[in-house]
Design a protein around this ligand. Structure first.
Ligand code: DX5
Ligand code: ZN
Length: 217
């Protein structure tokens, strides 16, 4: 059994009060803070970049789980490393080898993300590599926006990955909340991103506690 890590997605926070929003989430037993970095090109939404990570880093020691939804993620490695990012998760792409190397050289933890349309076979080489990613993020919505509906079909990917890699970090992202968390965790996800469900709750603690206490696989 494993108690999943909870990573509130700061995309659903009040960006004008990012430091206090982060603190509020961490006070409610968050393990990581999930930071969605979008460039308005890879996805049709524009969010934050290294300068905001740098500012937030001054207010918290928490693991900043950065999810890159950008064209040319390699260009972001150095600035994000300097800014104090902890995790660097990129979407599957050709130059993954160099990318992983560069991420590690900046003391960040590399991860790879799969959009709903991407087949899991595409991440195997990155996990099996001598210089592997340390997490696979399975998107359970199309990347770009918070507040979308969870895609249960994606649990097949999580199950297959979990069977193949018993100790890999598998993160799910999109539409996670009290009614979908069990499905994800029982399929084998051990890192749970939750944006609108946590920030939309009157008391985020009541959304998070039942999750943390549930132990699966
Ligand atoms: C979507 C982002 C998610 C998003 C999740 O592209 O990657 O992290 O913020 O938000 P919810 O939990 O509201 O689906
Ligand atoms: Zn995300």
């Amino acid at each position: 059994g494993v108690t999943p890590k909870i990573a509130p997605s700061m995309l659903s926070s009040d960006f004008a009060n990012l430091a206090s929003e982060a603190k509020r989430m961490l006070d409610f037993v968050a393990d990581w803070l999930h930071m969605d970095i979008m460039d308005g090109h890879f996805v049709p939404n524009l969010t934050i970049g290294a300068p905001v990570i740098e500012s937030l880093r001054k207010h918290t020691k928490a693991f900043l789980d950065c999810h890159l939804m950008v064209t040319n993620p390699i260009d972001y490695v150095e600035p994000l490393g300097k800014a104090g990012a902890s995790g660097f998760t990129f979407h599957v792409e050709e130059n993954w080898h160099e990318l992983i190397q560069k991420i590690k050289s900046k003391a960040m933890r590399p991860g790879v993300a799969l959009k709903p349309g991407t087949l899991i076979e595409e991440v195997y080489p990155l996990v099996d590599s001598e210089n592997p990613v340390e997490m696979v993020l399975v998107m359970t919505v199309e990347p770009g926006f918070g507040g979308q509906k969870f895609m249960p079909q994606m649990m097949d990917k999580v199950r297959v990955l979990r069977k193949k890699y018993p100790s890999l970090d598998i993160e799910v992202d999109g539409g996670l909340g009290p009614s979908t968390i069990e499905m994800a965790a029982s399929a084998g996800a051990n890192c749970i991103v939750a944006g609108s469900s946590k920030f939309g709750a009157a008391e985020p603690g009541t959304v998070i506690y039942p999750i943390c206490e549930t132990v699966f696989w």
